[in-house]
Design a protein around this ligand. Structure first.
Ligand code: AMP
Length: 281
């Protein structure tokens, strides 16, 4: 039997209700689809920790800015379904935008402070969209646990903060970054890269590994680490830096001295493709 795909809120609710009647626990993995091993690690973790796993596949329009890649974002539901099934997931929630945003929709979940730096500074509407859609997904599915990748470290911190602030009754589980063999962090957006750009994109992970090594060897000055990482990226002609930042791992506010919990994060354009990477201290 192939994995069930629910397109409506009602279908998901009735399925989860059945499971709850049997006393089963439920994990949720929110994604935008075009799944890869990075998503796979979240799904596998959820399958391991819960009786049932729901994977949402939804390219959420409200988290894309006007000049971003909403239309171009890669989609392949059939392949995603086979992948979810192979990992033991139980249900895919794949709504159309009009199912999630009904006529008259005008309620938004916004957050201050954590959303104002890093990706939030260059993508002003992004995290409002993320908080709103994740709140909705949590309310629709009502999971015991939801799974997010450290790849999007600021998103993970924001979701944890939102759950804490709004007393949402679920556990947020963070999962480590999954990388290609050569180091590039797996991302659905890697499919945008030409062969030449794919090679150039290695400057992201190279600079992350360099920064990580400096910190491991005792460097505590954020400026020194950021400079070394910046210099490395600037040596790649196809790369254009959006940011190279060191922030407090909980508040996302810039720090001068690196001490735990810290997040060193970068966003770099390779051609027209904006890629991110990070490490935590
Ligand atoms: P996306 O489909 O890009 O919205 O990502 C859905 C979830 O998968 C988010 O929690 C991401 O952080 C996570 N994710 C994406 N890529 C990776 C990766 N390479 N390693 C770990 N988690 C990832």
């Amino acid at each position: 039997m192939s994995i069930q795909i629910a397109a409506t809120v009602e279908e998901v609710r009735s399925k989860v209700k059945e499971w709850r009647k049997e006393g089963l626990s439920v994990g949720l993995v929110p994604t935008m689809g075009y799944l890869h091993e990075g998503h796979g690690s979240l799904i596998a973790k959820s399958v391991e920790q819960n009786d049932r796993t729901v994977v949402s596949v939804f390219v959420n329009p409200t988290q894309f800015g006007p000049n971003e890649d909403l239309e171009a974002y890669p989609r392949d539901l059939e392949r995603d379904a086979a992948f979810c099934q192979s990992l033991g997931a139980d249900l895919i929630f794949h709504p159309e935008p009009q199912e999630m945003y009904r006529p008259g929709f005008c309620t938004h979940v916004n957050m201050d402070i954590l959303t104002e730096t890093l990706c939030g500074a260059s993508r002003p509407v992004h995290f409002g969209g993320v908080c709103t859609v994740c709140s909705k997904l949590f309310n629709i599915v009502g999971p015991d646990r939801a799974y997010f990748g450290q790849k999007d470290a600021q998103q993970l911190a924001i979701i944890r903060r939102m759950v804490e602030d709004m007393n949402m009754d679920l556990e947020i589980v963070g999962c480590p970054i999954v990388r290609e063999e050569d180091g590039l962090a797996k991302s659905s957006r890697n499919t945008y890269l030409s062969e030449e750009e794919r090679k150039a994109a290695l400057v992201l992970s190279k600079s992350i590994f360099l920064g990580q090594k400096m910190v491991e060897e005792g460097e505590t000055q954020a400026a020194a680490v950021k400079k070394a990482m910046t210099d490395l990226i600037k040596a790649e002609p196809l790369a254009r830096i959006d940011y190279v930042e060191a922030v407090n791992g909980l508040t996302m506010q810039p720090i001068e001295t690196i001490s735990s919990p810290a997040l060193i994060a970068i966003a770099v354009y390779i051609g027209k493709t904006r890629l991110i990477d990070n490490f935590i201290v």
